[in-house]
Design a binder for this molecule. Structure first.
Ligand code: GLY
Length: 380
């Protein structure tokens, strides 16, 4: 039995209670909650085209999994239905995976509905159209080609969307989807990291030769700084790619990107929005990076051959979740989100120190992974 200083059931019950408040707030509006600014009580809502649109249905599916209560399933189906148009149009960017896999992917995992399988397969093929074989990665942001003069750009966040391609290759999709996802991960492993395994947010490539032009930032403090959520996506992404491929190189890089993140964390284990921002004790934190990392580390620890290192990673994840579960980070009386204090896009002045839906999604995922570990169940 895993010893933890965290009342897991109490925190899962808290997520259920908060989600009930969100449903009441949404009323019958068929829009997705995205963020709550500091001091406010109401969610700002977005439609299915927003990059975060999958996280609310994903939360609903996970609440169904946690409670076995059909009410959550009905709501999860209702909100998942809103995403279906995404599977019927060309990909406008890499976020398609976040939108459709983190929602309908759970729906398929929990119900095995064949229509969900078809939607996921169609979406995977749309996403795959962003792959450039010369470079060996997907074009993450087509809109930035002209806007920023980034002719082929790949962001570290894009790692998460490989999961849809791996899933599709195992569930009736073409094998080439696996090859693309594996090659994207390899190319990212070779080009996205500095000598110390901190990640660039964006790598710009020449689309015709495949050569790397430069590493830059979009949401971080500076081109050479370490944007906290970027490193969290790297930890989560390479852990998932190791799971999908069994290739030890991906386990190795997952450990390296984790070690630098853990070494540089402040005492309470919740990073500032960027690790390199000056005078950082006054800067906003990013609870979302902590939730993503906690969830990833619970998985990564299960793959490590070194038991001491596995205990260390699991301990770090537990500490992150313990701190996220304290009154400082939980929204409780303030608003219906699960967690406060995430930072979306600081340089843009948007979503600074907000409650943000993807922090809630990964917090719930991490709590459920912990519950499965305690019950000796597979966590994926
Ligand atoms: N994928 C966008 C973000 O992490 O903000």
């Amino acid at each position: 039995m895993l010893e933890i200083e965290l009342n897991l059931q109490e925190n899962l019950d808290y997520c259920v209670a908060q989600a009930i408040k969100t449903l009441a707030q949404l009323s019958d509006q068929l829009l997705m909650p995205r963020n709550v600014p500091p001091g406010e009580q109401h969610w700002n809502l977005v439609n299915y085209r927003d990059w975060t649109s999958g996280f609310w249905p994903g939360i609903l599916w996970q609440l169904f999994e946690a409670t076995n209560d059909e009410t959550w399933k009905i709501k999860a189906e209702q909100y998942s239905n809103l995403l279906i148009p995404l599977s019927n149009r060309p990909a406008v960017d890499h976020d398609l995976g976040f939108q459709v896999y983190n929602s309908i992917g759970h729906g398929h995992r929990l119900t095995k509905r064949s229509d969900y399988q078809e939607i996921l397969l169609r979406t995977a093929h749309q996403l795959a159209d962003l792959f450039n074989p010369k470079v060996g990665t997907m074009l993450s942001w087509p809109i930035m080609v002209d806007k920023m003069n980034w002719p082929h750009n790949t962001i570290i966040d894009n790692m998460i969307n490989l999961e849809l391609l791996f899933w599709a290759s195992r569930n009736g999709g073409a094998h080439i989807l696996y090859d693309m996802a594996e090659r994207h991960a390899e190319t990212t492993m070779n080009n996205h990291f500095r000598y110390d395994y901190t990640t660039y947010h964006v790598v710009v490539y020449d689309p015709s030769t495949g050569k790397k032009i430069k590493g830059v930032t979009h949401q971080g403090f500076a081109d050479e700084s370490l944007w906290a959520r970027g490193q969290a996506w790297a930890i989560y992404g390479f852990t998932m790619v190791y799971r999908a491929t069994g290739d030890a190189r991906f386990l190795d890089i997952a450990e390296k990107v984790t070690d630098v993140y853990l070494d540089r964390l402040p005492d309470n284990r919740i990073p500032y929005w960027d690790f390199d921002v000056p005078n950082n004790s006054e800067e906003p934190r990013d609870a979302s990076a902590a939730a993503i990392t906690a969830s990833a580390l619970l998985e990564l620890a299960t793959y490590l051959p070194d038991p001491e290192k596995a205990i260390y990673y699991r301990g770090q994840a537990l500490e992150m979740l313990r701190v996220l579960s304290t009154p400082v980070f939980q929204s409780r009386q303030q608003n219906p989100a699960f967690l406060l204090h995430s930072t979306g896009h600081y340089p843009n002045g948007s979503e600074i120190d907000h409650a943000i839906i993807y922090a809630d999604y990964y917090y719930l995922e991490a709590l459920l992974r912990l519950q499965k570990l305690q019950n000796n169940q597979p966590i994926i």
